[in-house]
Write a new protein. Structure first.
Length: 184
């Protein structure tokens, strides 16, 4: 099972609010944004939310799970430990798909929400969901409003767009999550 080291690296809600004020030609403010305001701007996905950036590192992440995450490329950077024979001293061709790697990421809030839509979906592999859940759980400790906006695609869209739905859409647990997601 992958482990995670998490740390928020840059951006404050005051900076997000000031950037939002810039877009509407207002002066910088002096008060901290409310929890309600944070949730509203996150749900609206206005560009200033990209000022909130996060850095985390998975350790012992199976290589094949890491591949699922490197497919995300907007608003996120990936740094994955090499398996090159000349660097590790181990024959790369002898490694299996579940060989552990270290995978570090740097992403903004909008990317975190987008990735959540894909990787919290019931169609994602259980291992990928578990690895992403570690990230969202760590984010919840420092930015609970953002964590509340990290939902599967069906919750975000209001329907399941998958060719083979997992059955979560319309379930009591789905309805509970939609209610929490929409609550401002």
């Amino acid at each position: 099972m992958a482990k995670i080291r998490f740390m928020k690296v840059k951006g404050t809600w005051r900076e997000v609010a000031d950037a939002a004020r810039t877009t509407i030609r207002q002066d910088e403010g002096t008060k901290e944004p409310s929890s309600r305001w944070k949730k509203r701007i996150l749900l609206a996905e206005h560009s200033p939310i990209r000022k909130l950036c996060f850095n985390w590192k998975w350790e012992d992440l199976p290589y094949w799970v890491s591949v699922h995450f490197v497919r995300h490329k907007y608003g996120i950077e990936h740094f994955v430990s090499t398996q090159r024979t000349d660097r590790t001293g181990e024959d790369r061709t002898a490694k299996t798909q579940d060989a552990p790697v270290v995978h570090e990421c740097f992403a903004n809030a909008q990317a975190v929400m987008f990735i959540s839509r894909r990787r919290l979906c019931g169609q994602a592999s259980p291992e990928t969901r578990a690895a992403w859940r570690l990230v969202v759980d760590e984010i919840a400790k420092v930015e609970p409003e953002l964590a509340e906006c990290c939902v599967p695609e069906c919750v975000y869209r209001g329907f399941c767009p998958e060719f083979r739905p997992c059955g979560f859409f319309g379930s009591p647990k789905y309805n509970e999550l939609v209610e929490r997601y929409r609550k401002i």
